[in-house]
Design a protein around this ligand. Structure first.
Ligand SMILES: Cc1cc2nc3c(=O)[nH]c(=O)nc-3n(C[C@H](O)[C@H](O)[C@H](O)COP(=O)(O)OP(=O)(O)OC[C@H]3O[C@@H](n4cnc5c(N)ncnc54)[C@H](O)[C@@H]3O)c2cc1C
Length: 491
């Protein structure tokens, strides 16, 4: 008889898990409190504009393709992406504009010609970033390294012997300041700390590994926008017989002693052999399980940053903008102090503008563009968000006008806003953190919640708030780790 598995949450990791488990022969039910699947990876439509609401930076597209290969379904019918020629366009307050070209040599030349920073420094940094990836990926990203057997491997020993290269006790900023002379280039590479919601002035220089994904392996974009990731994976799950229960919040996980036996949703208890939680780990222990079961260190781990996003339907085209654009702040350290120490929004924030209609023409009416305008913010601790958002909007508009020489407000014909409170409400992510826990400590990877705990049998954990961390590739990696762990537990 088939075993029954339930997955709580239809975020990217929950859906990926459903595919793995269906392939392993389970009957799989996915529960989500929302009307639509995707969690943080969702979309918003208004007045003829379409917006990807959450993730926009996309690397390692083969991880999507691998799920289709697993099920022997041709991925091209469901999901295609293309590599970007320009990874990101960087604008600085002094007027400098740097195109981060996909070709590392061309990018290095661009840096040298625009700032005087020797191209060889960039090339050397990118080689270092590749080394970091080669040392760390098998141990820290693609395996359940909380399990003893995975620590006693050749790769783990190699990582240990190369530990000095990882610079775990040097901050990213300090390491980058040694590698580059020009403040603009230090800032450019420091920014990669924000890819998992961390602070480059505190986070270990090991995070310089992140740049490898975009600059050496490539930045990609789905042909129909980011939400195509969810649509294609849901189609694959459907094909594999997975059942989705939307508008179905799970209110508790049922235990018999130390063993999971089922869950309760919409007031009805259903029995399952195993349950995979794809929701925020804080929320799981606070709301669905007896809180005392949580590892005590969980409450001490720092949450990642959150975000404030304005989705603007703009009735004008801006040829000077690309798909991904960064308008840097003048004092990066001060900006991060505001996010992590003062826990308020900085008056001169780094503004990220993502315009999917540059690639997906149907995302905006002819002659217009869909602007996703985001700044990093502290997580929600009950700040006066209405006041903060009001002044942030003015600061952002002033900054865009100053740096792009325009009057942007008169071109905004539609607006929608997402703040940390709404992120928490929409996705169940405690305090509105967008990447689970921060990596602002050399020990963050070790302290992150594992994908399974022996003291709760039959319960597994996936998604951005558990090992290996937040972001689409890591969420997909966590789903694969959970599948492998379940296979091993079945033996
Ligand atoms: C603004 C923003 C920008 C981002 N940018 C990027 C980026 O550029 N690149 C990148 O790779 N990543 C980015 N991320 C991070 C990325 O989106 C996440 O790491 C990833 O999508 C998280 O997926 P997940 O599987 O953990 O589930 P989530 O997306 O967190 O979804 C959890 C799901 O669980 C459901 N749920 C919660 N509680 C319950 C319950 N009790 N019962 C039933 N269902 C429940 C929620 O409704 C939700 O659908 C960004 C995130 C945000 C918010």
């Amino acid at each position: 008889m088939k075993k029954h598995a339930a997955i709580i949450g239809s975020g990217v990791s929950g859906i990926a898990c459903s595919i793995w488990l269906a392939k392993m022969g389970y009957e799989v039910d996915v529960y989500d409190k929302n009307e639509h699947p995707g969690g943080k990876l969702s979309e918003w439509r208004m007045g003829g504009y379409r917006f990807d609401m959450g993730p926009s930076l996309f690397t390692l597209p083969d991880m999507i393709g691998n799920l289709f290969d697993l099920c022997e379904v041709p991925s091209e019918e469901y999901f295609t992406s293309k590599q970007l020629d320009i990874v990101c366009r960087y604008f600085y307050a002094d007027g400098t504009l740097i195109n981060a070209f996909r070709d590392p040599d061309r990018f290095a030349q661009e840096v040298e010609s625009k700032t005087g920073e020797p191209a060889e420094h960039v090339r050397r940094f990118l080689r270092h970033s590749r080394d970091l990836y080669n040392i760390t990926n098998k141990v820290f990203i693609f395996s359940a390294f909380h399990q003893i057997k995975n620590i006693l491997t050749r790769d783990a020993f190699l990582a240990l012997f190369s530990a000095w290269k990882l610079e775990p006790f040097t901050t990213m900023h300090r390491s980058n300041s040694r590698r580059f002379n020009d403040q603009r280039i230090i800032q450019l590479f420091d920014r990669y700390a924000t890819y998992n919601g961390s602070n480059p002035y505190v986070a270990p220089a090991t995070l310089n590994v992140i740049a490898h994904l975009e600059h050496n392996l490539g930045a990609f974009f789905p042909e129909k926008g980011m939400y195509q990731i969810i649509e294609s994976l849901v189609s694959l799950s459907d094909k594999m017989g997975v059942r989705f229960f939307m508008n179905s919040p799970v209110t508790s996980v049922v235990l018999n002693g130390k063993k999971v036996t089922g869950l309760v949703s919409n007031g009805i208890e259903k029995a399952y052999d195993i349950i995979i939680s794809g929701i925020d780990i804080y929320t799981l222990y606070r709301q669905l399980l007896p809180e005392k079961l949580a590892p005590r260190r969980l409450w001490k781990t720092e949450r990642s940053s959150s975000a404030l996003i304005f989705y603007w339907g703009i009735n004008k085209a801006f040829p000077e903008m690309d798909l991904h654009n960064i308008l840097f702040s003048e004092n990066y350290r001060d900006e991060f102090d505001h996010i992590y120490k003062k826990k308020i929004i900085y008056s001169d924030p780094t503004v990220y503008i993502f315009i999917s209609s540059k690639v997906v023409k149907e995302d905006a009416p002819a002659g217009g563009e869909n602007w996703f305008v985001m700044i990093n913010t502290p997580v929600n601790h009950g700040q006066d968000w209405d006041g903060l958002i009001r002044s942030a909007r003015q600061d952002i508009i002033r900054k865009i006008n100053r740096m792009l020489g325009t009057d942007i407000e008169k071109f905004i014909e539609h607006e929608h806003v997402l703040d940390p409170v709404a992120i928490e409400r929409n996705t169940g992510s405690a305090h509105g953190a967008i990447y689970g826990t921060s990596s602002n400590s050399p020990f963050a990877a070790f302290l992150r919640h594992p994908n399974r705990r022996k003291r709760i049998r039959g319960l597994y954990f996936t998604g951005g708030s558990v090992h290996p961390g937040g972001g689409i590739p890591l969420c997909l990696a966590s789903a694969a780790i959970v599948a492998e762990t379940i296979m091993n537990d079945e033996k």
